[in-house]
Design a protein around this ligand. Structure first.
Ligand code: 13P
Ligand code: SF4
Length: 303
């Protein structure tokens, strides 16, 4: 009976009654991921948002993820349980500065990481995520591109293309801070483990990686690997879905410092509150939305 149901069950019941789908990023806290209909990386979240027939999308992550859902789904209600959760990297580029740089470079195409505002996406030619950046850069016909805002992701892409990739000076404060020394210490402590790293890490750290992957890419890599120990070179939240998917394997966080505070802002109660009160709605101004949608859809359609 409902009087004895848990917070988890109450949220599931409310989501069903409201015809809502709950999406959560792989870095969200364990209870949030466990209550969600789908957990994934940024690309999977945007594909799911675009395809769902739910009337309400509850997006547990940081603002750019909810904005991407709102960009793709103008007829749906997109709710952010904690509207204060943002990605610091997304604030490292503005549409004005980006347009100025694009003009200086003679109007070459701009590839923008989804970790960005809707207004920046609107002045970009195409978006990318950590899962598809190499496909996106190689799918463009031009041989020179500008990538924003993540300089580390851009350098990773540059290593996997013949094109000239111009950098923007943005970065993830947490992945960028992971030091070579910390990686070496972790490898020394766990000599049998493979090291998987997120492309937001510095090139020096990526050089030490056995594989470079998006968050969901790491989960797939572990499933395909014959190894049974892994050092996880991304935000510690990934430890939850990856150890849930492969309980027989062992995972070590590369550093206990790799914690994204904004990703931890969403609480279980926030999901209940936003669904009950229809609060935290994310709406993108229509002229911006149309242009941003073009860049996001081009990305989704890149094979
Ligand atoms: P993924 O798309 O790989 O999940 O990464 C999102 C992110 O914010 C990494 O810090
Ligand atoms: Fe942004 Fe870094 Fe947090 Fe990812 S981990 S949401 S890139 S600040």
């Amino acid at each position: 009976t409902t009087t004895h149901s848990t917070p988890h069950q109450k949220i599931r019941d409310l989501a069903k009654a409201k015809k809502a789908i709950i999406l959560a990023h792989n870095y969200q806290s364990a209870q949030i991921q466990d209550v969600a209909d789908l957990c994934g990386d940024s690309l999977e979240m945007s594909i799911k948002a675009a395809a769902t027939d739910a009337e309400i999308i509850v997006c547990c992550g940081v603002r750019f993820m909810a904005e991407t859902a709102a960009i793709l789904c103008p007829d749906k209600i997109v709710l952010m349980p904690n509207p204060d959760a943002g990605c610091p990297m997304a604030n490292m580029v503005t549409p004005e500065a980006l347009l100025k740089r694009k003009e200086e470079l003679g109007g070459i195409p701009v590839i923008t990481y989804v970790n960005s505002s809707a207004a920046v996406k609107a002045v970009s030619d195409i978006c990318c995520t950590s899962a598809n950046v190499v496909q996106v850069v190689n799918a463009l016909k031009e041989d020179e591109v500008l990538m924003t805002p993540d300089r580390n992701l851009a350098r990773y892409a540059a290593a996997h293309t013949d094109k000239k990739v111009h950098l923007w000076d943005g970065y993830c404060p947490f992945h960028n801070d992971l030091s070579v020394e910390a990686v070496k210490a972790s490898k020394a402590a766990h000599p049998k483990a493979l090291f998987v790293a997120h492309p937001e890490c510095t090139p020096e750290v990526l050089e030490l990686a056995d594989s470079i992957q998006s968050t969901s890419g790491m989960i797939r890599f572990v499933g395909e690997s014959s190894a049974d120990q892994f050092i996880i070179g991304t935000e510690i939240g990934l430890l939850h879905p990856i150890s849930k998917a492969y309980p027989e394997k062992t995972f070590f966080p590369v550093s206990d410092q790799l914690v994204c505070a904004d990703m931890k802002k969403t609480q279980l109660q926030d999901i209940w509150d936003c669904l009950e009160n229809m609060s935290g709605r994310v709406v993108i101004e229509e002229t911006i939305r149309i242009k941003a949608m073009d860049a996001v859809k081009k990305m989704i359609n890149t094979k």
